[in-house]
Design a protein around this ligand. Structure first.
Ligand SMILES: Nc1ncnc2c1ncn2[C@@H]1O[C@H](COP(=O)(O)OP(=O)(O)OP(=O)(O)O)[C@@H](O)[C@H]1O
Ligand SMILES: [Mg+2]
Length: 223
């Protein structure tokens, strides 16, 4: 479970990016965060990643109070989360297979395990045929699938995605959204930030709307 209570984030310039935000996301839930540019969506994800510290308030992710987490534990905490960025952040000199495998190599997963888990994950995201390709040889939607596979390979309990469809045409954007939905149905808790209100409305899931750092609407979902 992800719990934010009365969270505020004031950047040093005095800009209040998040204002008194309280929110609970249950285990296994998928929540979309929508809102205009500058409404605080990315700031919210950065707070959850502990890339930023809240000015006040409390954030608890799967029973871990981020405010009380020792600094040396932060890298370990981040490895428990899967993260997908708008700009994919793939390693251009590595193949699709190696980009996904890399996330496992850095945490010391043995090669024989990687040889099983990577093909399985590439099947899940529909990229089995492209395992030898380099990022430059893929479409935007395919690159984003690699990024999703990489985020999921270590079976995170929580997936955070910041505009995972931002650079994609509407066909690819819908495909990625449905892929995320499918993965969520396997039990991964997800927070997905997007500009596109229209797209998520069709999905009949929880949609949280932010405006000027606050939640102004929270509808749908199972609550
Ligand atoms: N590092 C920073 N220093 C100062 N102000 C910042 C910083 N990052 C973001 N802000 C400000 O905080 C507010 C929220 O920004 P944030 O990036 O969270 O918005 P967003 O909803 O993700 O927008 P977008 O849809 O454009 O990605 C904005 O007013 C922004 O200018
Ligand atoms: Mg943003």
């Amino acid at each position: 479970m992800i719990e934010l209570s009365h969270v505020n984030k004031v950047y040093s310039e005095g800009n209040r990016a998040v204002k008194d935000l309280s929110l609970t996301i249950d285990d296994g839930e998928i929540a979309f965060i929508v809102g205009r540019s500058g409404s605080g969506k990315s700031t919210l994800l950065k707070l959850l990643l502990k890339e930023l510290e809240p000015t006040s308030g409390r954030i608890v992710v799967n029973d871990m109070d981020l405010g009380k987490m020792p600094r040396r534990y932060v890298p370990k905490y981040r490895r428990k989360l899967g993260v997908v960025f708008q700009d994919f952040r793939l390693l251009k000199d590595l193949t699709v297979f190696e980009n996904v495998a890399f996330a496992q190599r850095v945490i010391g997963v043995p090669g024989r395990v990687i040889r099983d888990t990577v093909p399985e994950m590439l099947r899940l995201v529909g990229l089995s045929a492209k395992y030898k390709a380099y990022p430059a040889q893929l479409s935007g939607g395919e690159q984003q699938r690699v990024a999703i596979a990489r985020a999921l390979i270590n079976r995170p309990e929580v997936l955070l995605a910041d505009e995972p469809t931002g650079n994609l045409d509407s066909f690819n954007a819908h495909e990625i959204m449905h892929l995320l939905e499918e993965i969520n149905q396997r039990g991964t808790t997800m927070i997905v930030v997007t500009h596109s209100h229209e797209m998520v409305q069709q999905m009949k899931k929880r949609v949280i709307t932010m405006e000027r750092g606050a939640v102004i609407q929270d509808e749908g979902g199972s609550r």
